[in-house]
Design a binder for this molecule. Structure first.
Ligand SMILES: [Zn+2]
Length: 978
């Protein structure tokens, strides 16, 4: 299309610029007047009314020429599709710049400058030709009377006539549509002018440029290398503008965005001494060569255009990578860290470092924060230092990677409250789990400050073991001096292996030897312990073997003390007599008790917790080598006098025995440890806070689990527990044990009365040695009465519901054994020959809240009962009368058998035992036979053993003539009093 410089276009309207001077009429033609279906012709001169207006005639001609030259294409559409239009539109978004408000200045002959009301440069018009005049006319900034036509006014008139009814309505209310605002903007006017004047086909191109002084981004349209128009692109429009132009000029190099990945990150760098670390935002540029460059954010800010950054020395615009997700690491613009703040900062932002958001300078990058350790080593010890005061001065070092740090330095730093300790190559996190348990050492301040022991630390064997347990890494001894000894402690080994003392009659089993060696280890290192083997594994034997060894070697010169429940006193005495005849047991019990005048090496004082409590003062005055607390869970309550008395005893070694797992109640565990190894588990408050009710805001289940494991490790050197199942191979399949007990005062009285009454008369008749047959029926009845007295006075009184009114030694022992077996998770089978006892026992088991079945001659559904015991995990006790339950049934669900009373016939007992100990039984069966000391039970027991063979073959059961089997002397012996 020819220039038509005398015409102006707006939407579908055309206006005529008057030719020549003095002309006043400006004619317009609008193809279709909005709101009507008609065109509009109008002129401002007076002649237009009389339709003789030359202006309109000229315009009609021009319109015809325009239509002819455009070939039916409308100006409006062509313009809207033009590059100028799209570029202007892009610059207009968010930066409208109304045409009426911009400032247009002619600086020099060939430079027209357009600035915003705020003074920012928007564009320059640099054409020297006539188009510059028209640019000025179209931007409407001509002084009146300058002889220059106001094309802007003509364009505004065209716009006004073409306003739609809606637009008119808005204008009336002082508003505008987006379209109107756009059309009235300087950008629209600029685009219009350029599209009109700078025709396609000319050799015009766009060139981006950046002002080195202020970073302003401009696009210049050049014609044959001569600048014609230059626009300043707002920073946030640069990218869109370049994309638009690159599409139009795909071959033009300087319009292309370079694919250099840029990332906005933070950079931490330090001065050489690491005294100050500076963290500041930077841009990382990764070039195609793989080379990384860091650009200071402050410096690139001037050349930053939204996500684009001008890489000055490369001469390219590169684009920042978008951040995929919200960053966790948010640093202020700039941050300076002091030396002590550095590890905390790095620790906190380790993830940002890992993700490359925080970049560390080389020396900083190589520094580590250690939270775990590889090893602990004991580097030095004094060769001459003996374990006299239960501790040594040791140089202990913690190893991390290829370096070590002394425990003394760690403790020092912790005491001063530092969260990190600086070491070559990094820092150690002093709050890491491996150092948690050092608090106790920190409080004690056991570090030597000066002298030849400077830097060494005073540690007891238990400190050392705790260190090893909590660190969870091996402790090795690299010190030459005392290495053997220290190694032994860390391995819980005694000086030598177990050798059977001559005073030990029984050869211990392999696992028992391990137990004895462990006890020996505790002794040698002035430690203490809890032996918690399952019931039936021989805790008593291991203890007796350990004690007799000490006495024999002269390692322990003071006597020993065993405190236990009354019911097991006879058991201790019997066990020592039987298995460790090298020891001399003294039972210190009963109203007549008196301490031996002088206790010697090898003497074992046996006493009950009751007596321990009553004779506390007297007993605490005696120095013991070893004090044993059997069934130590009986003194689990610190408020009791028994606990107090126990804790006041003087001993080199305190040993607790129990078959009950002690870790179930942590408070109890603490009390027991306080008794045998005072101070080891720290204060109650610290213990509670750490293990029982941890309150440090972390996940409760995790804490409990984690802390439970930690506690288990901490106590592990001092607790030995073997389960039956784990030493099954070493156990005989059936362990038989006769447990003795003593008559209570109630029983003694009944027993004496019976002997003094009927007993005396019968004894007299037996002694007479007449030819008359012995009154066997009466003898049998009396023996039966005596047996019932031994079982429980309630049987004799026929008052089963008043069981607590009388005491019974056997009843107490039975309850003890039953409780231990149940605690151990075993199922128990009990046999008695008295129905009354079946009832008493059943009632007792139910009060324990334990499931129980019983079987007597009156039971109808035997099969069901047996089945329930064998299969129901909740049914844990079977009580049977010997007659009904002793034959024909299968009780393999049980693994502990208690014969409450002795039958005359060993075969009958064995038969009953075999209900449990039989094919299908997968566990070792433990059999207890209860015998009351000094009564006919003891004599029967001895007789049965002696005449076992004969009785098995000859004696008919339930036969009063059974008594015939006994000689006169034997009968007389049985009828003797207690
Ligand atoms: Zn006219």
């Amino acid at each position: 299309m020819p220039p038509f410089t005398h015409l102006e276009f707006h939407r579908s309207g055309i206006g005529l610029v008057p030719q020549g001077t003095g002309e006043t009429g400006t004619a317009i033609y609008i193809d279709l007047l909005p709101g009507t279906s008609k065109p509009l012709r109008s002129c401002t001169c007076g002649a237009s009314r009389s339709k003789t207006c030359e202006h309109l005639k000229d315009l009609s001609r021009a319109v015809g020429e325009v239509e002819k030259s455009r070939g039916g294409r409308s100006w409006e559409r062509t313009f809207a599709a033009s590059l100028w239009y799209r570029l202007a539109r892009l610059l207009f978004e968010g930066n409208a710049q109304p045409s009426a408000k911009v400032k247009v200045q002619r600086l020099r002959r060939n430079v027209v400058r357009v600035t915003s009301p705020a003074g920012a440069e928007l564009a320059r018009y640099l054409d020297k030709g006539e188009s510059q005049i028209r640019f000025l006319e179209r931007t409407g900034k001509v002084a009146p009377g300058s002889g220059v036509f106001d094309r802007a006014e003509l364009l505004e008139r065209l716009a006004l006539f073409q306003a739609t009814p809606e637009e008119r309505a808005l204008i009336k209310r002082g508003m505008k549509t987006q379209r109107q605002t756009w059309e009235e903007s300087f950008w629209h006017r600029l685009a219009y002018h350029c599209e009109r004047e700078l025709e396609p086909g000319e050799t015009g191109t766009f060139h981006p440029a950046i002002d080195q002084a202020n970073g302003a981004f401009t696009l210049t349209w050049k014609r044959d290398a001569e600048a014609v128009v230059q626009v300043t692109v707002p920073r946030d429009r640069v990218r869109a503008a370049l994309l638009l132009l690159a599409e139009a000029y795909p071959d033009q190099e300087d319009l292309v965005l370079r694919p250099i990945p840029l990332r906005s990150i933070f950079h931490a760098s330090q001065d050489t001494e690491l005294d100050l670390v500076e963290v500041r935002p930077v841009i990382r540029a990764l070039q195609a060569t793989g080379e990384e460059r860091f650009l200071e954010m402050a410096e690139v800010e001037k050349f930053r255009y939204g996500n684009l950054i001008w890489l000055q020395d490369l001469g390219v615009l590169a684009e920042l990578e978008r951040e995929g997700r919200e960053r966790k690491f948010k640093a202020p613009v700039r941050l300076t860290l002091r030396r002590h703040q550095v590890p905390g900062f790095l620790d906190e932002h380790s993830q940002a470092v890992g993700e490359g958001v925080l970049v560390l300078d080389a020396p900083l990058r190589e520094r580590r924060i250690w939270k775990t350790l590889d090893r602990i080593q004991i580097a030095a010890a004094d060769p001459e230092e003996a374990l006299e005061r239960s501790w040594w001065w040791l140089a202990v070092e913690y190893g991390f990677g290829d370096q070590t740090v002394s425990l003394a330095d760690i403790l020092q730093a912790k005491r001063e409250g530092h969260p990190y300790l600086e070491v070559p190559g990094g820092w150690i996190d002093l709050n890491a789990a491996v150092f948690r348990d050092l608090e106790e050492l920190v409080d004690r301040q056991p570090v030597a400050e000066s002298g030849k022991r400077a830097g060494r630390i005073r540690l007891s064997p238990s400190d050392l073991l705790r260190l090893q347990a909590t660190a969870g890494v091996p402790v090795s001894v690299v010190a030459e001096a005392r290495a053997e000894l220290l190694d032994r402690i860390l391995e819980l080994r005694p000086a030598g292996p177990f050798r059977r003392p001559t005073g030990l009659a029984t050869e211990p089993r392999p696992y028992q030897k391990i137990g004895i060696e462990w006890l020996r280890f505790l002794w040698e290192n002035r430690l203490a312990g809890l032996l918690c083997d399952d019931m039936g594994l021989g805790k008593t034997l291991q203890t007796a073997a350990f004690l007799v060894g000490l006495a024999e070697e002269g390692a322990a010169v003071e006597p020993f003390l065993v405190a236990c429940p009354t019911s097991v006193l006879p058991h201790w005495r019997d066990q020592i007599r039987r298995h460790a005849p090298g020891l001399r047991p003294h039972v210190h019990y009963g109203p007549q008790r008196r301490l031996p005048f002088r206790l010697r090496t090898g003497d074992v004082l046996l006493t009950s917790y009751g007596v321990l409590r009553r004779d506390a003062e007297e007993l605490s005055a005696i120095p013991f080598s070893v004090v044993v607390f059997d069934e130590i869970q009986q003194v689990k309550n610190r408020q009791t006098q028994a606990w107090q008395a126990a804790s006041h005893l003087t001993a080199d070694l305190r040993l607790g025995l129990t078959g009950t797992p002690i870790e179930n109640s942590l408070e109890e565990l603490k009390t027991l440890f306080d008794l045998v190894l005072p101070g080891y588990l720290g204060t109650d408050a610290a213990f509670l806070g750490r293990y029982v009710r941890p309150d440090d805001g972390r996940d409760r289940e995790w804490v409990e689990d984690d802390r439970r494991r930690e506690l288990r490790r901490v106590i592990s050197p001092f607790v030995l527990r073997r389960l039956k199942a784990s030493v099954l191979d070493e156990l005989p399949e059936k362990i038989e044990d006769v447990r003795t007990c003593v008559l209570s005062d109630d029983q003694v009285k009944l027993y004496r009365d019976a002997i003094a009454g009927k007993g005396a008369e019968l004894a007299r008749r037996i002694e007479e040695e007449t030819d008359e047959p012995l009154p066997y029926i009466h003898v049998f009845a009396l023996l039966n009465l005596l047996k019932q007295i031994c079982d429980h006075p309630a049987l004799v009184h026929g008052a089963l519901d008043r069981v607590d009114e009388w005491a019974s030694g056997k009843w107490d022992l039975w309850k003890e054994l039953l409780g231990e077996a149940l605690d151990n998770g075993q199922k128990v089978v009990v046999f008695t020959q008295y129905l009354g006892m079946v009832a008493l026992m059943e009632r007792h088991v139910r009060t324990l809240g334990v499931g129980c079945v019983s079987l007597t001659g009156a039971t109808a559904n035997r099969g069901e009962i047996v089945d329930r015991f064998n299969r129901d995990p909740a049914c844990r006790v079977f009580i049977g009368s010997l007659k009904a339950g002793g034959t024909g049934i299968d009780l393999v669900g049980g693994s502990v058998v208690i014969h409450y009373d002795r039958w005359w016939n060993a075969a009958r007992e064995d038969q009953a035992t075999d209900r449990v100990y039989r094919l299908g039984q997968k566990r070792a069966v433990q059999v207890f036979k209860l015998v009351t000391e000094g009564t006919l039970e003891e004599k029967i027991s001895a007789l049965i053993d002696r005449k076992r063979k004969m009785m098995e073959s000859v004696v008919q059961e339930d036969d009063p003539k059974l008594a015939k089997i006994f000689s006169r002397d034997e009968l007389l012996e049985m009828l003797r009093g207690v």
